[in-house]
Design a protein around this ligand. Structure first.
Ligand code: SF4
Length: 156
């Protein structure tokens, strides 16, 4: 049974067992799931200016994480080795939101102010961003979402 994904305006109609255009969401048993949930392809303590934010805590650092997949196909993408691939095409490390927030807290003394969801398009897996950002905020950390903004109103 084909199921329509309601996350972004592509509105992919995905066959059972297949992934959508972004390669991050799959039709599993008639339900669209975020297959890249908690699967990191990149992890680094970056300068906030690299996000690139200029007037947001200048001079600080932010723990930056990303997964795989994207709902755009820009020919100039600098991260195409992770943004344009799907599961099994790139190495991933699985992490829970609790573990990620603990790591972010542990990096505070090195200037870390929070967590940035970046590298691939984070909102194709908005569930992971939502869960981690909620927890991070409770712990006094900042959240930065580096997104192309191509998302439907309801998940936004
Ligand atoms: S998020 Fe992915 S699967 Fe869903 S509509 Fe957009 S491109 Fe298709």
């Amino acid at each position: 049974m084909r199921v329509e994904c309601e996350i972004c305006p592509h509105r992919c109609k995905i066959e059972e067992g297949h992934v959508g255009l972004c390669k991050g969401r799959r039709n599993k048993g008639g339900e669209i799931i975020s297959e890249n949930y908690g699967k990191l392809t990149g992890y680094a303590l970056d300068p906030i200016e690299k996000k690139p934010l200029y007037h947001f805590y200048p001079g600080s650092k932010i723990l930056s994480v990303g997964s795989y997949g994207c709902n755009l196909n820009c020919p100039f993408c600098q991260n195409c080795d992770i943004s344009m691939v799907g599961a099994g095409e790139v190495d991933t490390a699985v992490i829970s939101c609790e573990e990620l927030v603990e790591k972010a807290l542990g990096l505070r003394e090195r200037g870390n102010i929070g967590i940035a969801y970046t590298y691939n398009e984070p909102l194709i897996g908005y569930e992971f961003v939502r869960d981690c950002a909620t927890l991070a905020k409770e712990k006094g950390l900042k959240n930065v979402v580096v997104t192309n903004g191509y998302i439907c109103e309801k998940p936004l």
